[in-house]
Design a protein around this ligand. Structure first.
Ligand code: SAH
Length: 229
């Protein structure tokens, strides 16, 4: 997968994606990243990319002409995504969908965001990483990329570890334990030591259902609805 990121802080990339599984996959060429510094397309000597909002209000907006020039000069095929709190939420199924793309272009906003006309002109898809406001799209882009890259073929050592995870089958994950079996008087649930795979699977499902029901009633309802069909 080829990722192209439009940003005013190219030095943020690849950031933490240079470590661990995503870092190894980057070195192995399973994905690549190119950054475009939007400031290189500024026209004044200060390199300004933003201006005050039309109609008034607080903060600054990234200008359509400058960002537009940057996009035009560096256009690559495939989907363009703008990281934005107004976007559709990033979910595990969205990450799966995006992991199938050859090219991904990501625009990182700063200040109060970007001029709407850019979104219209390039048919840009907005994606949010959650219902809170960050200072910049770079953080959101790195998180979204992390979720996508670990799904690329060969990035996770053990593909089976994927299918059990939270969200992969709607439910949140069951509790996990490892050695020592007795840690300061707290013991690993006996059933996990029984070697009885069916009972273990049943226990894990019950735990996952209980945790999901308590913490994420929205997901739990979705799970029940899906079980009915
Ligand atoms: N005024 C905007 C928020 C701007 S925050 C609004 O109310 O919608 C500045 C930049 O940070 C945004 O342009 C976006 O790229 C990024 N950003 C902030 N919160 C985000 C989130 N939850 N998901 C994705 N990107 C986000």
């Amino acid at each position: 997968m080829k990722v192209k990121v439009f940003t005013i802080f190219p030095e943020i990339f690849p950031g933490f994606l240079g470590y661990s599984l995503t870092g190894r996959a980057l070195n192995e060429g399973k994905w690549s990243i190119e950054t475009v510094n939007i400031r290189d397309y500024a026209t004044d000597k200060h390199g300004s990319v933003d201006d005050t909002p039309c109609g008034g209000g607080a903060g600054m907006i990234m200008r359509a002409d400058i960002l537009g020039k940057a996009i035009k000069a560096n256009y690559q095929d495939g989907r363009i995504i703008y990281m934005s709190p107004r976007g559709r939420p990033l979910t595990q199924s969205k990450a799966h969908e995006l992991s199938k793309e050859e090219n991904l272009t990501i625009i990182c906003g700063r200040f109060e965001g970007i001029d709407e006309r850019i979104i219209e002109e390039y048919g840009i898809e907005e994606i949010s990483i959650g219902d809170y406001i960050l200072t910049g799209g770079e953080q959101a882009a790195l998180i979204m990329m992390d979720a996508i890259i670990r799904l690329l073929p060969g990035v996770l050592g053990n593909e089976a570890s994927l299918s059990d995870e939270s969200f992969e089958n709607i439910l949140l994950e069951h509790p996990q334990y490892t050695r020592p079996i007795d840690w300061e008087g707290r013991k690993v649930p006996e059933i996990l030591m029984s070697g009885h795979h069916q009972n273990i699977a049943k226990w894990r499902l019950e735990q996952a259902e209980k945790i999901t029901k308590e913490r994420r009633p929205d997901l739990y309802q979705k799970y029940l609805d899906l079980k009915k069909v």
